[in-house]
Design a protein around this ligand. Structure first.
Ligand SMILES: Cc1cc2nc3c(=O)[nH]c(=O)nc-3n(C[C@H](O)[C@H](O)[C@H](O)COP(=O)(O)OP(=O)(O)OC[C@H]3O[C@@H](n4cnc5c(N)ncnc54)[C@H](O)[C@@H]3O)c2cc1C
Length: 450
């Protein structure tokens, strides 16, 4: 099995530009050079794993990041980054300016119920920037893995983790499919929605949490450099206007490279979930968009592919027995809008905080275990109440009549939609916010955490 490894400790740079950074730093790794121990092992180098590794390396820990594929690699995604995700890129020292090659957007253009699309700019806030981005996952994930390496993490690609190494019930390392063993007192599962490492440690999926499915493709389109991301709130399980409205939305995200990422997502609170032909649904929806946008078979440049969206921390506990779950492996996707990249990265930073504190206290002591138990507490404090609200929201819109009422009567009200935009994208100021921020933050505080 061929592995590639990268490790380069460089000082923190003020800004890393969007470019493929990995290839130049890689060397081929002989079997004898495969790392055998570390302070922390991170399994999976998507946004969750690479951010965790970057923040851990920044905190001075020796990190091995194991990734089964080779970069650059594709990942099925909408490629949309809200201001929440932009903030996380900035926290990693990544320069997200247009000059550095990023495709910026101003906000959401929302369509529904016969209404004209109307524009909702990203809010002006102290805590978040006022622009979003689009970026293919091939480029984004390559960049993030490169950032982890630049900060000092050891990345090994082509390394498929196949099983945990256990002492009693505690994980003390991992084994790869080609027979290598790496040992560390702390392991982070960042292997995405398959969650194989978490499952192998007995963490089952919580059925009381929402789950989504989303599909997407790319189309060459004159809309490719539009300054707005689009949401289409009306998806029908049959003839538009004469069948049931589905809980979910379609999106058009301009990529700035001649194509748009076009897709749709749907929630399991609908009776139609599980027996919907998603590709057929997508084609039916796209047939209702203007012909000159070119969202048709002749202009499709990639297959229509999809994956599950695990939401509202549907796999718990986020820490036990030496294993932390970050990103999709812990089901960290926002149930309100299906966004997962920012939450994966935020999990990574909170996990790195807890692990660094545990190391400082002397790993595997009781005091260090208390620090690690602080990770689920930090997740609950930041997202718990909000995700609980999201779970209620998902149940409500699972009723086609409520979904129809929302799009028919809610959409024309601009003030209401500004509020909904903030709520769904989780974009409020914690302190100094406006009245809408206070309502959203207040509601998130009073409902019990998930
Ligand atoms: C169709 C679709 C559209 C979406 N659109 C958006 C969007 O526009 N914006 C947004 O924010 N979110 C979106 N999401 C959600 C988003 O893609 C995920 O939430 C996000 O990728 C989670 O990041 P992660 O690092 O947890 O997992 P992943 O991105 O899945 O990364 C997991 C990594 O682990 C590696 N891995 C897996 N198993 C092993 C193993 N055994 N050993 C070693 N490595 C392993 C994988 O190769 C991969 O690199 C979308 C999801 C779908 C399905």
């Amino acid at each position: 099995m061929e592995h590639e490894v990268g490790h380069k400790a460089v000082p923190e740079s003020p800004g890393v530009e969007l470019a493929s950074v990995l290839t130049a730093r890689r060397g081929e790794l002989s079997d004898s050079a495969f790392p055998t121990e570390a302070d922390v092992i991170v399994v999976g180098a998507g946004p969750a794993g690479s951010s965790t590794a970057a923040f851990l390396a920044q905190r001075g820990l020796d990190v091995v990041l194991l990734e089964k594929s080779h970069f650059p690699r594709e990942k099925v995604c909408g490629d949309g980054l809200t201001p929440r995700a932009v903030r996380m890129l900035t926290r990693l020292g990544i320069n997200t300016s247009q000059q550095a090659g990023w495709q910026h957007n101003k906000g959401l253009r929302v369509y529904g119920s016969g209404a004209q699309g109307f524009e909702l700019p990203w809010p002006q806030l102290a805590d978040y920037p006022d622009y979003g981005l689009t970026c293919t996952r091939a480029r984004l994930d390559d960049l993030l893995a490169g950032r982890a390496m630049a900060l000092g993490a050891h990345l090994v690609t082509g390394a498929t983790v196949s099983a945990p190494l256990l002492v009693g019930e505690r994980i003390v390392g991992v084994r790869t499919a080609d027979g290598h063993s790496v040992r560390a007192p702390i392991v982070v599962a960042a292997d995405g929605n398959s969650a194989r490492l978490a499952i192998s440690m007995g963490r089952q999926r919580r059925e009381d949490r929402p789950l989504g499915v989303a599909v997407r493709s790319y189309y060459t389109s004159p809309r490719h450099d539009d300054e707005w991301m689009e949401s289409w709130l009306e998806l029908w399980d049959g003839e538009p206007g004469r069948s049931h409205q589905l809980p979910g939305y379609g999106w058009v995200f301009p990529m700035g490279d001649g194509t748009c990422n076009v897709g749709l997502g749907m929630l399991n609170s609908s009776p139609a979930f599980g027996h919907t032909d998603y590709r057929g649904l997508m084609r039916r929806w796209l047939a209702t968009t203007p012909g000159e946008w070119q969202f048709d078979e002749d202009h499709r440049t990639a297959p229509i592919t999809g994956a599950a969206l695990p939401m509202a921390f549907n796999r718990q506990p986020a820490y036990a027995d030496g294993l932390l779950l970050v990103g999709d492996s812990g089901g960290a996707i926002n149930p309100f809008n299906g966004e997962g990249i920012s939450y994966a990265m935020e999990c990574g930073e909170l996990a790195a905080d807890a692990i660094a504190e545990a190391h400082a206290r002397g790993i595997t002591t009781r005091a260090s275990e208390r620090a690690l138990a602080g990770y689920p507490t930090a997740l609950a404090a930041r997202f718990g109440g909000y995700y609980r609200l999201g779970t209620i929201f998902v149940k409500l819109i699972g009723n086609p009549r409520i979904m129809h009422l929302c799009t028919t009567y809610g959409l024309p009200h601009r003030t209401l939609m500004v509020f909904v935009n903030k709520l769904l994208a989780n974009l409020t100021d914690r302190h100094r916010g406006d009245a809408m921020d206070h309502v959203i933050n207040g509601l998130s505080r009073v409902v019990p955490s998930v």
